[in-house]
Ligand binder design. Structure first.
Ligand code: 3HC
Length: 318
């Protein structure tokens, strides 16, 4: 038997035995490639995901709300840095990874290409988007690639705060005036369907799921996590008096879960392909931030070079 087949068999045996794959371990090129793909897109999503909420930092209704939102947005930046570091362990440069985002080549989560029109959107994003992210990220704490799994443990602890502060905003609005209730329901109507699209295409349409499940990168399929999210979120909406904008949503006693309406996959793929309401605006913002921050990167690398020269000169003398 060829040594390559042996290596692949040994690799799969490690995966099946729940042994974490570490950066220095042998791994199939395709495993490395799909991890670089998924983790880099995850990192991009965290960073681009700061923009919709960043839009409301200066317009939060109170200092407390502003401080909470600021803490959340800062957390997302940290999640992005964690994940960019995890991608680097697979042998790709951070600069190249970021260039791929800035050039529009790399994907990031579709959900961040929708506008945030009112304060209630901060509630809907925290509750629904971070709620969906938790559903998807908790299983990733057990993903087969060690650095990714470890990064997810810290990320998930912070995500639960994100989800709760969002739900608390929606609860406050639903206990408020008629206008506030209307604002919360309007945000629910606009964010429900894009949030359930976050889980990706159906399992039948997904080009990566089957292999990712075999390699235990994914512990559940897209449809399984989407269903879990819907089953968990509908009672939360009902508890605070919000209506889910899906006339086909119905409890299925046999399945012990909700049946739900058809997802607009044309809308999903249109957004993924770059034609969503805010795709251009998001990329522009990221490119502006990158260009405006060039002087910081230059100063940091100039300092590092100077320090390295000083250390080398010292070592020569010693
Ligand atoms: N947005 C954009 N592209 C998407 C997508 C989405 N919501 N869902 C799927 N896609 C893309 C995939 O990247 C893939 O394209 P590619 O092969 O060119 O990369 C194609 O559509 C087919 O989808 P698959 O289901 O086959 O792809 P995956 O197996 O990668 O599954 C995923 C998609 C479930 C998003 C998976 O990549 C994943 O679990 N990623 C890690 C978690 C993540 O990135 N979450 C995004 C949000 S992060 C977030 O919300 C942060 C929070 O703090 C707010």
């Amino acid at each position: 038997m060829s040594p390559q087949i042996n290596l692949e068999e040994e690799f799969q045996a490690k995966i099946d035995a729940e042994i974490k794959i570490e950066p220095k371990d042998w791994m199939p090129d395709a495993y490395r490639k799909t991890l670089i793909r998924q983790i880099s897109q995850h990192a991009h999503s965290e960073i681009v995901g700061m923009l919709p909420e960043g839009n409301w930092l200066t317009r939060a209704p109170s200092l407390k709300r502003k401080a909470t939102l600021l803490a959340k947005v800062q957390d997302e930046a940290g999640h992005g840095l964690y994940l960019y570091s995890a991608v680097e362990t697979l042998g790709v440069s951070r600069l190249q990874t970021i260039e791929d985002l800035l050039s529009g080549k790399a994907k990031y989560s579709s959900i961040f290409n929708y506008p945030t029109l009112t304060w209630a959107d901060m509630g809907a994003i925290g509750w629904l988007v971070d709620g969906a992210a938790i559903m998807n990220q908790v299983p990733l704490c057990r993903t087969s690639y060690g650095p990714y799994a470890r990064a997810m443990v810290r990320v998930c602890k912070e995500e639960s705060f994100h989800q709760r502060q969002g739900y608390e905003i929606m609860m406050t609005l639903m206990n408020g005036s008629a206008e506030q209730k209307e604002m919360a329901q309007d945000a629910m109507n606009r964010w429900w369907w894009p949030a359930i699209m976050m889980f990706g295409p159906t399992d039948a349409e997904s080009s990566n799921t089957e292999q990712s499940v075999k390699w235990k990168i994914k512990r559940h399929t897209n449809d399984e996590l989407r269903q879990k999210f819907i089953d968990a979120t509908v009672p939360q909406a009902e508890y605070i008096g919000l209506t889910i904008p899906d006339k086909d949503l119905k409890w299925n006693e046999d399945k012990k879960s909700y049946d739900f309406g058809a997802i607009n996959w044309d809308e999903f793929w249109n957004v993924v392909k770059g034609n969503g309401p805010c795709n251009k605006q998001r990329l522009e913002a990221r490119n502006n931030a990158h260009n405006n921050g060039a002087w910081v990167r230059e100063a940091a690398s100039a300092y590092a070079e100077k320090r390295a020269k000083r250390m080398a000169a010292k070592a020569e003398v010693a």
